[in-house]
Design a binder for this molecule. Structure first.
Ligand code: A3D
Length: 320
């Protein structure tokens, strides 16, 4: 059986980490693509040189021409610019729309059957633009944000409760930004919902509210510390989890920026919702019950995403 082909479009901090993880997990052969000459080739050679040491079998190559991604099974897109301190994700919009144009055309021509995972920010708007530009079916184009946001939420909850991160599940809905909706009611330690843990005296509402706030600002906290860019280890792990769910038909239930059309009363928008990822790409969108307060937060988040999409159409009227 031929190995799967994974194309990484953008070979910066996240792209390089993705390549390394894809190798370590033997998900397939990896092509790194970037507009910067030498960068994808250098990272490909460096990671390939670690394969005899870490004992994994995968071919790595670097390219500056889209023909190299021909026939890819998975494309993970990180091309564009990342945040620096003081920048919001939305500040990236103008530059990254143009990048999505060329990436979309490259995927359309060379990898029309791929499962495409977008990471470029501002995420919910960029995955929408990328889908418009590449024209692939909506179920095959998805944005990575919820896996990362819920991982941050899980980490902070595990630290608060002094339990293993493995036993904490956490739930995050909505857009990837300050309006994201971490849902306490659906977050658990080994099945025990967080509100029950508060009643059991494991924490207080105030402390959990502070954790929700920290989760919403988790990306900015890393940006402020790094000073030269944004988070890349956890974003790469999160996207690899999604790619693996697709390649191995795992039917994982993962929160992703998926195209929602009808569900949640929404009409054709990319936003963070629980999904099932398997060989069919986004096979299902899971519709959960929200109380009035949760729905209010979700609607606010959806409005913020719509605002970004309108801004994209303002910059590139062909998107309208
Ligand atoms: P960085 O290390 O700067 O890498 C980006 C790469 O894209 C660079 O190597 C560029 O040369 C390359 N590039 C620029 N324009 C093009 C183009 N037209 N075609 C191909 N390659 C191009 O950034 P990064 O890897 O740290 O982050 C990548 C993106 O992910 C940024 O937009 C971040 O904001 C975003 N990001 C998203 C999340 C989410 O949770 C959604 C988290 C962290 C970062």
């Amino acid at each position: 059986m031929a190995r799967k082909k994974i194309a990484l479009i953008g070979s910066g901090n996240i792209g390089g980490t993705l390549a390394h993880l894809a190798g370590l997990k033997e998900l397939g052969d990896v092509v790194l693509f970037d507009i910067a000459e030498g960068l994808p080739q250098g990272k490909a050679l460096d990671i390939a040189s670690s394969s005899p040491v870490d004992r994994f079998n995968a071919n790595f190559s670097g390219a500056n021409d889209y023909s190299a991604i021909e026939g890819a099974d998975v494309c993970i897109v990180t091309a564009g610019i990342a945040r620096k301190p003081g920048m919001s994700r939305d500040d990236l919009l103008g530059t990254n729309i143009k990048v999505m144009q060329s990436v979309g055309e490259g995927i359309k021509k060379h990898a029309p059957n791929a499962f495409v995972i977008c990471i470029t920010n501002p995420l919910d708007a960029m995955v929408w633009v990328l889908r418009e530009k590449c024209g692939l079916p909506h179920n095959m184009v998805v944005g990575m944000a919820g896996v990362l946001d819920s991982a941050r939420f899980r980490l902070f909850l595990a630290e608060e409760f002094n339990v293993s991160v493995e036993d904490v599940t956490a739930f995050v809905l909505g857009g990837h930004g300050d309006t994201m909706v971490p849902l306490i009611r659906y977050s658990t330690v080994a099945g025990i919902p967080v509100p029950d843990l508060i009643k059991m005296g494991w924490s207080t509402q105030e402390k959990i509210d502070a954790i929700v706030d920290r989760t919403r600002n988790g990306g900015a906290e890393v940006v402020a510390l790094l000073k030269t860019g944004s988070a890349f280890y956890a974003p790469a792990s999160s996207a690899i989890t999604m790619a693996e769910a697709y390649l191995k038909d795992k039917k994982r239930v993962l929160p992703c920026a998926a195209f929602v059309d009808g569900q949640y009363g929404l009409d054709g928008i990319y936003v963070g919702v629980p999904t099932v990822i398997g060989e069919g790409g986004i096979e299902r969108i899971v519709e959960i019950n929200m109380d009035a307060e949760e729905r209010g937060m979700f609607d606010k988040s959806v409005d913020a995403v719509r605002g970004l999409i309108d801004a994209c159409i303002g910059i590139d009227p062909s998107l309208g």
